[in-house]
Design a protein around this ligand. Structure first.
Ligand SMILES: Cc1ncc(COP(=O)(O)O)c(C=O)c1O
Length: 362
C-alpha cells in the first residue's frame, strides 16, 4: 500500500476526521507553546487542565447536559464498564434489567452474573440472530436501572428511539453511536462509550453519570473501580490517558466548529446511511442483515450471494482504496462502519464501487 490515505470503513478503531489528524500533526512536537509534545506534558499542568476541561465542557454542550451529570474519562474500555456498572449500582437487595441485543449486551449481562448480582434479561432478539431491537419491554418495577446497547456494532442494529422506562434510569453502552444524534438526557442514568469509534482513539472510555447514581457507589469496592473516584478527582486520580483525551477534545471541537453541531451531524449521518441502504434495497445483490426498522445508521451490515463473492468484494474494494469492509469475524459477511468522521464522499465512493462490483459479478 502506498502513502495515499484510503476511505476507512473500520468498525473501531476507526476513521478520525482529517483536520483533527492534521492538527495533531501540526502541534505534535510543540503543544500550545509548551516546547513539549502533548504526550510529554504533565497531566498536572495547566496545559492538560485546559485540554480535559474543554473536552468536558464540549461533551456537556453537545449533549445539552444539565448540572446533574458528571463527565468522566476512564480506562479499560467499554468492556470495563460491563463490570463497573453492576459493581457500583447494585447492592445486596437491588436488581436491574438488561436487554440483550447482541454480542456486547451478552458480555454486559455475563459480567453482572459473574458478580452474582440480581439481574433479569427482560427482552432479547437472540431468536432472530439479533437482527432486530425488541419492543414492549416488561420492566421490573423496582429495577435500579435498565441496561441497553444503543447501537449494536456487530449485528448492525440500533435503537432508533429510546424506550419509555417510566423513570427507571437507562444505562446505555453508546460506544458506537455516541454523538451521532441528540438525546433526551432525562431518560439516562449512565451513558458510557469507548472512544475508538465516534470520538477518538482507543484507550479512553467516556462515562456520563447522573448525580443520584453516582451517590450509590459503595465504599468497599476498589478505588479505581468506583465512579466516585473519577468524579471527585476530575478523572485524574491517577495518570489519565492524556493523548487519547486530547484527541477526543479535538474531535468534539471539529463536531461543534467544523460540522456545526449535533443537528448537522445527525442530518449528515442520515444522508450517508440513506445513500447506502437505498442502493442496497434496490440492488437485490446486496442484502442487509438487520430488519429494516432496526437498522443502524453507523454500522451497515450486509451479505453477498456467496462467501466467495464476499471475499472478492472485500479484496477488490481494498484495491480500490476502500478499507475495512469485512464483517466481524463472529458473523461473517460485510460491514461498512460509517461513523461521524466518515465523509459523505467516502460513502459515495463505496456505493459507486458496489455498483461496479454488482455489474461484474451479479
Ligand atoms: C457497542 C460496543 N460495546 C463495547 C465494545 C467493547 O469496547 P472496548 O474494546 O473499548 O472494551 C465495543 C467494541 O467494539 C462495542 O462496539
Amino acid at each position: 500500500m502506498g502513502t495515499e490515505r484510503i476511505h476507512n470503513f473500520n468498525a473501531g478503531p476507526a476513521a478520525l476526521p482529517l483536520p483533527v489528524l492534521e492538527e495533531i500533526q501540526d502541534s505534535f512536537l510543540n503543544f500550545a507553546g509548551s516546547g513539549m509534545s502533548v504526550m510529554e506534558i504533565s497531566h498536572r499542568s495547566k496545559w492538560f487542565d485546559d485540554v480535559i476541561n474543554d473536552a468536558i465542557e464540549r461533551v456537556q454542550r453537545i449533549l445539552q447536559l444539565d448540572g446533574r451529570f458528571h463527565v468522566l474519562f476512564l480506562q479499560g474500555g467499554a468492556s470495563m464498564q460491563f463490570c463497573m456498572v453492576p459493581m457500583n449500582f447494585l447492592s445486596k437487595n437491588d436488581t436491574a434489567d438488561y436487554v440483550n441485543t447482541g454480542t456486547w449486551s451478552t458480555k454486559a449481562i455475563k459480567e453482572a452474573q459473574i458478580q452474582g448480582k440480581s439481574i433479569q434479561v427482560i427482552a432479547s432478539s437472540e431468536d432472530q440472530n439479533f437482527a432486530y431491537i425488541p419492543k414492549n419491554l416488561q420492566l421490573t418495577p423496582n429495577a435500579t436501572y435498565v441496561h441497553i446497547t444503543s447501537n449494536n456494532t456487530i449485528k448492525g442494529t440500533q435503537w432508533s428511539t429510546f424506550p419509555d422506562t417510566g423513570g427507571i434510569p437507562i444505562v446505555s453502552d453508546m460506544s458506537s453511536d455516541i454523538f451521532s444524534r441528540p438525546l433526551d438526557v432525562d431518560k439516562f442514568g449512565l451513558i458510557y462509550a469507548g472512544a475508538q469509534k465516534n470520538m477518538g482513539p482507543a484507550g479512553v472510555c467516556l462515562a456520563i453519570i447522573r448525580e443520584d447514581l453516582l451517590a450509590r457507589t459503595p465504599e468497599e469496592i476498589p478505588t479505581m473501580l468506583r465512579y466516585s473516584t473519577y468524579a471527585q478527582k476530575n478523572s485524574m486520580f491517577n495518570t489519565p490517558p492524556c493523548f487519547a483525551i486530547y484527541t477526543v477534545q479535538l474531535v468534539l471541537k471539529w463536531l461543534e466548529e467544523t460540522i456545526g453541531g449535533l443537528d448537522k451531524m445527525t442530518a449528515l449521518n442520515q444522508e450517508k446511511a440513506n445513500l447506502l441502504y437505498d442502493y442496497m434495497d434496490q440492488s437485490g445483490f446486496y442484502k442487509g442483515t438487520a430488519e429494516q426498522e432496526s437498522r443502524s445508521l453507523m454500522n451497515v451490515t450486509f451479505r453477498l450471494p456467496s462467501e466467495d463473492l464476499e471475499k472478492k468484494f472485500v479484496a477488490e474494494a481494498l484495491k480500490n482504496g476502500l478499507g475495512g469492509l469485512k464483517g466481524h469475524r463472529s458473523v461473517g459477511g460485510c460491514r461498512a462502519s460509517i461513523y461521524n468522521p466518515t465523509p459523505l464522499a467516502a460513502v459515495s465512493a463505496l456505493v459507486d464501487f458496489m455498483k461496479t462490483f454488482e455489474q461484474k459479478y451479479g
